[in-house]
Write a protein that binds this ligand. Structure first.
Ligand SMILES: [Fe+2]
Ligand SMILES: [Fe+2]
Length: 252
């Protein structure tokens, strides 16, 4: 049992904002040339830059060039200027579960309208706790939300956080969630805590990159024993590669 995820984030698609169209087009060319195609794409938010209609229309158009199953999670920029309703209209629900084989993916809405800080809140925490208890270790559990759960290095002053990060981290670790996918800081990074691997994707096409990180995405390969995370720059250059042993909880 294997799953190959293309983890993309922070496209910031816009006709007047921080969108780097050249970077996005480079990304599309790189995806075309990938020898290992993804089973699924997960977008961890900031699809658009200002949450306005023209951006959502543009984003729908740009993203439809990616001919793979795609799960989209909202970011703080998607919820600006009343963008939450447009997100629902263009991309569907902000909180949902998706199942493929023995993989259970929870997409969770962390932004709050017109604020940069995120919050899952008691209701989503309760829901997650209930569902995670129900499925136990019978699935490989993946949770996706936009805001970073723990501080990300090289991303400057710690701001615009997940306000209830402590409680969410406790919930994630207690329930042996296997993988958490996030974006928001525009820095690719990963860390393993207990049995959980936490992964942040960089930005696909925001002009606001950090240092020399540039624009990038992750390919995450999960098999019976390991999770491999490969960072790929949008121009096709290989970035960091890292592998983690994952506790083999499933008889795949
Ligand atoms: Fe962003
Ligand atoms: Fe963000």
């Amino acid at each position: 049992m294997r799953l190959r995820i293309m983890h993309i984030s922070d496209t910031h698609i816009s006709d007047f904002g921080q969108f780097n169209e050249k970077a996005f087009n480079n990304f599309l060319e790189t995806v075309d040339k990938l020898d290992k195609k993804p089973d699924i794409i997960i977008h961890s938010g900031d699809v658009v830059d200002n949450g306005v209609l023209s951006e959502y229309e543009l984003a729908k158009d740009y993203l439809k060039s990616l001919n793979f199953k795609m799960l989209v999670c909202p970011g703080n920029h998607d919820d600006r200027n009343g963008g939450g309703a447009l997100f629902a209209e263009f991309f569907g629900p902000s909180d949902f579960e998706y199942e493929t084989g023995k993989f259970k993916i929870f997409i969770m809405n962390s932004p709050q309208p017109d604020r940069d800080e995120g919050r899952l809140g008691r209701r989503r925490q309760f829901y997650l706790q209930q569902r995670l208890s129900e499925i136990g270790d019978s699935y490989f559990k993946i949770i996706v939300f936009h805001h970073h759960l723990i501080p990300v290095p090289y991303s400057g002053r710690e701001v615009n956080v997940l306000e209830d990060a402590g409680d969410v981290l406790d919930l994630v670790l207690r329930n042996n969630v296997n993988l958490v996918l996030m974006g928001h800081r525009h820095v690719p990074w990963s860390i393993k805590i207990n049995n959980t691997i936490l992964v942040n994707a960089g930005t696909i096409s925001c002009l606001r990159t950090r240092g020399r990180f540039g624009n990038s995405f992750n390919i995450i390969e999960i098999d019976e024993e390991n999770i491999y995370i490969e960072e790929i720059k949008v121009n096709g250059e290989k970035g960091k590669q890292i592998g983690y042993k994952t506790k083999s909880i499933l008889k795949f």
